[in-house]
Design a protein around this ligand. Structure first.
Ligand SMILES: NC(=O)c1ccc[n+]([C@@H]2O[C@H](COP(=O)([O-])OP(=O)(O)OC[C@H]3O[C@@H](n4cnc5c(N)ncnc54)[C@H](O)[C@@H]3O)[C@@H](O)[C@H]2O)c1
Length: 323
């Protein structure tokens, strides 16, 4: 695609690293804006030559002049906005969480408006919903009532409103994706990172307990990354919010898949019965209409790929094991 240039915020994080990997492997110029300066997640999944092609800018999305300057200097034609603080960090410091997650998102929209970009893609989350019991009819749609149980979920809900107003007032269209539990290489922080930590435990042959359980939706990180890229390349008139679907399973089935990939782990992984405060499964009907087909890796392939990436990274020191 000619003249395409991506700005990806928060791309030192898990999903962003995979977005950047896909873009660089396609030969697309890519600028990263992140507060963090360490590309350790990219080193898990990209070669040194690939990382050398990325333009890195260290900066805070909560600072509008920074976001506007970086966007202008990058010459980006497409934006994927992923920078955020996850559930535990928002709980520990709600004020900072609001600054980064809410003000930061307003800033990315505002910078896009000032620089004349007409389309935005950003991450919301399943955390905008309440618990299963809030939806007795089951399978909440993308526009079902939002009843977030965390500060993080409230901030994500605010961002969806911000996107709606930028469409209404300024004609900036947006596609928002709401991932559920993302797993795979690079998923090392956040409320739902422990299934991936169990895969890392399997790669080192250590026992591991996942501190939650129940049924939920497990999405392989590369599929989610590709869905974000697809969204950035999709024309859409409006501000749409889309739930995503991976593998809807009980945590015991995740453990079984890890044991299948690493038979020596049989009986060495466990999980709590505590469920997450989200519906088990969400309606994804609008995704096909807006994005067409989105990639969907099977759980078995996602787990096997994750462990296969972890093993050499553990051997050469790019990853270390700590419970
Ligand atoms: N991983 C999941 O399961 C999941 C599920 C639902 C939604 N999401 C959303 O997807 C997005 C990406 O998630 P992830 O798992 O890659 O997160 P992550 O925590 O791995 O990465 C977030 C990145 O944002 C950066 N960041 C934080 N504050 C910043 C600031 N002030 N300025 C610039 N950068 C800043 C961090 O340094 C980090 O690199 C986030 O918006 C997240 O809320 C993730």
């Amino acid at each position: 695609m000619t003249n395409e240039h991506f700005l990806v915020t928060g791309a030192m994080g898990c999903i962003g690293a995979w977005v950047v990997r896909n873009l660089i492997q396609e030969g697309v110029p890519t600028t990263v804006l992140d507060l963090a300066g360490d590309a350790h997640r990219m080193r898990l999944i990209m070669s040194a030559d690939e990382i050398a092609q990325v333009r890195f800018v260290t900066g805070d999305i909560a600072d509008l002049p920074t976001v506007e300057r970086v966007l202008a200097e990058s010459g980006a034609t497409r934006i994927i906005h992923l920078a955020a603080l996850q559930v535990p960090f928002c709980k520990a410091d709600p004020s900072l969480g609001a600054r980064v997650n809410v003000v930061g998102t307003v800033n990315v929209f505002e910078a896009a408006k000032r620089q004349g970009l007409r389309h935005m893609v950003y991450a919301s989350s399943v955390a905008v919903y309440g618990s299963s019991e809030d939806y007795p009819e089951g399978l909440p749609s993308h526009d079902a009532p939002l009843l977030p149980r965390t500060h993080y979920g409230v901030y994500k809900q605010a961002n969806e409103g911000t996107a709606r107003i930028y469409w209404q007032d300024d004609g900036i269209s947006s596609i928002c994706l709401r991932p559920y539990t993302v797993y795979g290489p690079g998923r090392d922080q956040g409320l739902t990172s422990s299934p991936t930590k169990a895969m890392l435990a399997a790669a080192v042959g250590q026992p591991f307990h996942i501190p939650f359980g129940g049924r939920g939706d497990f999405q392989f990180v590369d599929d989610v990354a590709k869905a974000f890229i697809q969204s950035a390349r999709t024309s859409f008139a409006g501000a749409v919010v889309l739930n995503l679907r991976g593998s809807v399973l009980h945590m015991r089935e995740i453990i079984a898949a890890i044991e299948e990939a690493e038979p020596a782990m049989r009986g060495r992984l466990s999980c709590d019965d505590t469920t997450l405060p989200f519906p088990e499964v969400l309606d994804i009907t609008p995704v096909a209409a807006v994005l067409g087909q989105v990639p969907q890796t099977t759980l078995a392939d996602g787990v096997a790929t994750t462990i296969a990436i972890f093993k050499p990274a553990l051997a050469d020191g790019r990853l270390t094991w700590a419970k």
